[in-house]
Design a protein around this ligand. Structure first.
Ligand code: DQA
Length: 148
């Protein structure tokens, strides 16, 4: 199956961005590990990071016709601001898992609200780069259940 990983704004800076919150692993390392994990399970995985809301909205819209089975998305700051990303995810009806490196519930109050959580299959947060690993595990298990 085809998996799509979407990363929101500032995640291109992972590795040296606020390491106390986000760790030392770079985005390239995270993406490589995800692609490897998906390949070993017999799937294909594509990654896209953008600082621009419309690029993420356009990529989500494109999943209507490109065979994407499931999305892993860390909307980053757009989690807390973007009705547009929420609406795009609702429009395409492709199941998705919300990912955060940090635990937004343990930080500033404005991070506690997510515009997408209630539409997600589930949310993984607070485990640094592990959040992506566990999110991929959950996605692979979900795909197995669909195939069964
Ligand atoms: C984040 C949490 C968000 O609140 C923040 O704006 C980010 C990253 C995370 O992965 O922990 O940019 O999504």
């Amino acid at each position: 199956a085809k998996l799509l990983v979407l990363h929101g704004p500032n995640l291109n800076l992972l590795g040296d961005r606020e390491p106390a919150h986000y760790g030392r692993t770079t985005l390239a390392e995270i993406d490589d590990a995800l692609r490897d994990g998906a390949r070993r399970a017999g799937h294909q995985l594509e990654c896209l990071q953008s600082n621009a809301e419309h690029v993420l909205v356009d990529r989500i819209q494109a999943t209507r016709h490109d065979g994407t089975a499931i999305i892993l998305i860390n909307p980053a700051a757009f989690t807390h601001t973007s009705v547009a990303i929420r609406d795009a995810l609702a429009a395409v009806q492709v199941p998705f898992i919300e990912i955060h490196l940090s635990n937004p519930h343990a930080r500033e109050p404005f991070r506690r609200h997510s515009y997408v959580s209630d539409l997600a299959l589930g949310v993984v947060c607070g485990f640094g780069d592990g959040s992506y690993r566990y999110g991929l595990d959950a996605a692979l298990a979900w795909l197995d259940r669909q195939a069964a």
